[in-house]
Write a protein that binds this ligand. Structure first.
Ligand code: FE2
Length: 232
């Protein structure tokens, strides 16, 4: 598998490029609108064809590049059935997204938002904002629920093999990746903490709303474009 981790410094967002080296079919996970030209250039330079854009959730902190990428390449936009109405293919727990010979397995991991998905592909787990490195996504808007997030992480992510590589949607402290075993042992919100204490901690946080919340959520429900598109 060809794999690249890309970063948007303004919003600390990771975008991931995955491709089947044999068929050259490629997917981008969580592209950022302002980085579409960078991403398309890389796809072209590597001799790939973008056929899938996957969203982990409707983001509140940046506008997605999914709609523009679909217009430019014809790629299918894949996301949760609970999320943006603009997507091409709505998926849920247990679904498989094929990329040439690669399989991306869909895990529903709600709690940060009600539409949050993680994707598992050949030992790499893309967690969006459900599980971050030594942290988690916040749970105070977009139907977030701390108890549900704890359940998603402990039942669906922490039950994966310890060596599973964790690639989050953001990092604010300079980390690039982790593993399930490492997060089980060292994530301060989860290790040696009960579900109740996790919920109490998340409820006690007093965070300002994301700067782009009012712009990003409605834009992302339309895949980053001005108005919702008909399903393709
Ligand atoms: Fe998020």
């Amino acid at each position: 598998m060809l794999f690249r981790q890309l970063f948007d410094a303004e919003t600390s967002t990771y975008t991931y490029l995955l491709a089947d080296e044999a068929t050259r079919e490629a997917a981008l996970i969580d592209p950022v609108l302002e980085q579409v030209e960078r991403d398309l250039r890389l796809v072209e330079e590597l001799g790939l064809k973008l056929t899938r854009v996957l969203e982990t959730h409707v983001h509140a902190d940046h506008v997605t590049g999914a709609g523009v990428l679909r217009e430019r390449t014809g790629a299918t936009v894949v996301a949760s059935a609970r999320g943006a109405p603009c997507v091409s293919r709505k998926v849920g727990h247990g679904d498989v997204v094929r990329l040439g010979g690669l399989e991306l397995h869909v895990l529903e991991t709600p709690g940060h938002t009600d539409d949050s998905l993680s994707y598992l592909c050949e030992g790499r787990l893309f967690t969006g904002d459900a599980l971050l490195i030594r942290g988690t996504g916040r749970t105070d808007f977009q139907n977030g629920d701390a108890g549900q997030l704890h359940d998603s992480i402990t039942r669906h992510l922490f039950t994966l093999p310890e060596e599973t590589a964790v690639y989050p949607g953001h990092d604010y402290a300079g980390h690039a990746m982790s593993t399930i075993g490492e997060e089980k042992r060292h994530n301060p919100r989860l290790a040696r903490r009960t579900r109740e204490s996790f919920i109490a901690f998340m409820k006690g946080r007093q965070l300002p709303p994301p700067k782009k919340l009012d712009v990003a959520v409605p834009a992302n429900r339309a895949c980053g474009l001005g108005k919702p598109l008909l399903q393709t």
